[in-house]
Design a protein around this ligand. Structure first.
Ligand code: THU
Length: 173
């Protein structure tokens, strides 16, 4: 009987399975964001002004809020040899990691402007999501992500929620 039970379990385990991966985000009208988050989103929008994007003309800004209240900003820096450029999120997070290596990043706001207008809820590229995740795992604290839009701001509670089935430090141990 026990043997039969084990055989059955084994069979069940190796059947094809389908799982649904879900991500939850909250979408706020800009005016309904808590004040601190509104300020962070505004800092990201302001940082688009320092973007160097002569090729794409897509100006991205990012603002990282550190646990001690400091805000570190970054913007995309392009290059004629395209892959040599860097996205705004990575400029901000690498700068924060360099200047304040021991202070966790608790939130990151991202904004973009093109043709003189803010983009509705810019979403970070795949490589940036990986760096967002590393930052979050490095400090062992969820990092809230705010995707700025003039009308609405998309809020994810963690970087991990934007990268299901992610590769991370756990895979190297
Ligand atoms: N860009 C960012 O700065 N962040 C993103 O998450 C998406 C893309 C930049 C890279 C490039 O300078 C321009 O936007 C167009 O792709």
């Amino acid at each position: 009987m026990l043997f039969l039970y084990f055989c059955l379990c084994h069979l069940v385990c190796y059947f094809m399975k389908e799982i649904k991966l879900e991500t939850k985000v909250r979408i706020y009208p800009f005016s309904e964001l808590p004040e601190g988050e509104r300020e962070l989103a505004e800092a990201a929008l302001k940082a688009t002004g320092q973007s160097y994007a002569p090729y794409s003309k897509f100006h991205v800004g990012a603002a990282a809020l550190l646990e001690n209240g400091l805000v570190v900003t970054g913007s995309n820096q392009e290059n004629a040899a395209y892959p040599s450029g860097l996205c705004a999120e990575r400029v901000a997070l690498f700068h924060a990691g360099h200047q304040y290596p021991d202070i966790p990043v608790v939130a990151l706001a991202i904004a973009a402007v093109t043709n003189g207008h803010p983009v509705e809820s810019i979403t970070p590229c795949g490589a940036c999501r990986q760096v967002l995740l590393e930052t979050e795992q490095r400090y062992g604290k969820p990092m809230k992500i705010l995707l700025f839009g003039a009308k609405e701001v998309v809020v994810a509670e963690s970087a991990e929620s934007l990268l299901p089935l992610c590769f991370g430090a756990k895979d190297l141990t």
